[in-house]
Design a binder for this molecule. Structure first.
Ligand code: ZN
Ligand code: ZN
Length: 331
């Protein structure tokens, strides 16, 4: 790409020379605009961070205490050099944003991670018209289509109840930031029972609760003895699977909540007893719809199945290309 472009990929990350700032940089920089608090987008070491107010407490939990973090409201405009920037909801997790950058009437939008499905834990995705749209492509294959969330929540509840009837604990793995809280919020429409949570989930859930997100009551999975876990639901990050931490639960079944659970081969390979298809990313139809609604004449893709989406967009007459970024692993 030529240096006249509004946003380019550099060794440190997505860079806007006109405003002298980076977006979700993977190396330390002076000024970092952050789409959301997942580890591949928010990294320690930069001098100043700018992100949506709703995500500031999550960012503080993940950055050193001395980090300078500035909160922005959605839609609030800031001027950096020759560029005007604003944040707009991405519907991915609490406080997640797309970043709109404008210079001399030209508008670029960086999506960060996003989804279009309803989620009680965050503000819904906003369509932001632009000339160039930089989109994620995590699940950009036609096979990835999500089931509606209330259906998935009912599946989780009946799995939990079936296990309970057999005296088993239900250990449900979900990303500690975002997915776990979404599960707790969705289940709250169906039951009012208490759920045990792993420590990594507990700290983040406290932040969501302090932000007024309604979720099932939780209790740390440290307070109970083995007998108490029979029939219980325990939420834990995928990294806890197979660890000694699991021994306390006695006889149990495991489940995993993820978009990856759409594909049978993935379900089998990952070795969970049950897969629940629940993703915080856009599925294939939502990616196509969002690219179309952006009205962008050019679309650049950051991470995921970029080839398939590139090919599709080019067939539609849209200029499309993949960027080399270091995004990908959510936790
Ligand atoms: Zn993310
Ligand atoms: Zn990501």
């Amino acid at each position: 790409m030529s240096p006249a472009e509004l946003i380019t990929v550099t060794a440190r990350g997505l860079h806007c020379a006109a405003g002298d700032f980076y977006i979700d940089p993977w190396q330390p920089v002076e000024r970092a605009l952050i789409t959301h608090a997942h580890g591949d987008h928010l990294r320690a070491g930069s001098s100043r961070y700018y992100l949506a107010a709703a995500g500031v407490d999550l960012a503080r939990l993940r950055l050193p205490a001395e980090a300078a973090v500035h909160a922005l409201d959605y839609g609030e405009r800031l001027t950096f050099g020759d560029a005007q920037v604003s944040l707009h909801p991405a519907g991915h997790i609490l406080g997640s944003s797309q970043i709109r950058v404008e210079r001399g009437g030209e508008v670029w939008v960086v999506s960060g991670d996003y989804k279009r499905d309803p989620d009680p834990t965050c503000v819904p995705f906003e369509v932001v018209p632009c000339d160039v749209f930089i989109s994620e492509a995590t699940f950009a294959l036609p096979a990835y289509r999500w089931t509606d969330t209330p259906t998935v929540a009912r599946e989780i509840l009946s799995w939990w109840q079936d296990n309970r009837r057999r005296g088993l604990a239900s250990v449900l793995f979900a990303y500690a930031l975002g997915k776990a809280q979404r599960v707790l919020a969705e289940l709250a429409t169906l039951t009012d029972e208490t759920v045990y949570v792993h420590g990594a989930v507990a700290a983040l859930t406290d932040v969501y609760r302090a932000r007024g997100i309604a979720m099932l009551p939780t209790r740390p999975a440290t307070v109970a003895v083995r007998a108490d876990y029979a029939g219980a639901l325990i939420l834990a990050p995928p990294s806890a699977a197979g660890s000694p931490w699991m021994r306390r639960f006695g006889d149990h079944r495991t489940g995993f909540c993820s978009g990856w659970m759409r594909i049978r081969g993935d379900r089998r390979r990952r070795g969970y007893d049950r897969g629940f298809v629940l993703s915080d990313h856009a599925d294939w139809p939502s990616l196509l719809r969002t690219c179309r609604e952006s009205e962008a004449r050019r679309i650049l893709l950051t991470h995921g199945y970029t080839d398939a989406l590139c090919r599709y967009l080019r067939e539609q007459g849209v200029e499309a290309a993949a960027l080399r970024t270091e995004y990908g692993a959510e936790d």
